[in-house]
Design a protein around this ligand. Structure first.
Ligand code: ITT
Length: 199
């Protein structure tokens, strides 16, 4: 299949943590634009899955700009909480996107279950990416990284729920890990690997 390489792209996210991380994955020669630079707010995420929500965002920003758009919908699923916060991961942080508050809510909800912190609190980060072209074609991919919830938040690197997530096979939280390490194993990288051919 002949794939026309992309040389200009709108990153359909208003989350600066994602902008930082996705920008590093995309080859330097591609010109990147962000909604904040174009003064565009995000659409309502009315989908019921990561894939649906990433499509809503990619389509919205592509139609607004008439450019190719890459959007990410992601979140943390915690088994003992029935996979919450999941697609509500950003919403748990409230309107001010306060992740200290979201993390407190995670511990509050887990402790309501009277868990044994010596046992593993299983969870996973999921990322759905959608590339949407102005001719309405689109392509989606999903990436997952499994892990456990740390018994306390640790580290100041990264963003969002990084201080409470310990990937399987590691002792450090994503908040303690160097970005160069996180970006080689995380859900965003796993999803990105599947769409790399377009860049
Ligand atoms: P956009 O919709 O503008 O992209 P958002 O923050 O609302 O920004 P989501 O709806 O996809 O994005 O919410 C996902 C939330 O899950 C996000 O706010 C992060 O806090 C969290 N999250 C996703 N990937 C993460 C990662 O790699 N590390 C830590 N937290 C992450």
């Amino acid at each position: 299949m002949y794939i026309k390489k992309i040389n200009k792209l709108v990153l359909g996210t208003n989350n600066q943590g994602k902008v930082r991380e996705i920008s590093k994955l995309i080859p330097k020669k591609i010109k990147l634009y962000t909604p904040s630079r174009l003064n565009l707010k995000s659409p309502k995420e009315t989908g019921s899955s990561f894939k649906e929500n990433s499509l809503i965002k990619a389509k919205f920003f592509s139609e607004k700009t008439d450019e190719i758009c890459l959007a990410d919908d992601s979140g943390l699923e915690i088994d003992i909480l029935g996979k919450l916060p999941g697609i509500y991961s950003a919403r748990w942080a409230g309107r001010k996107m306060d992740f200290k508050k979201a993390i407190k809510k995670v511990y509050r909800e887990i402790n309501k279950k009277e868990v044994d912190w010596n046992k593993k609190i299983k969870c996973r980060f999921i990322c759905a990416l959608t590339i949407y072209w102005p001719n309405k074609k689109y392509y989606q991919s999903e990436g997952i990284i499994k892990g456990k919830i740390s018994s306390a938040p640790k580290g100041t690197k990264g963003f969002g729920y990084d201080p409470i997530f310990i990937p399987n096979g590691y002792k450090l939280t994503f908040g303690e890990m160097l970005f160069s390490k996180k970006s080689q194993i995380d859900h965003r990288f796993m999803a990105f690997k599947k769409i790399k051919k377009f860049f």
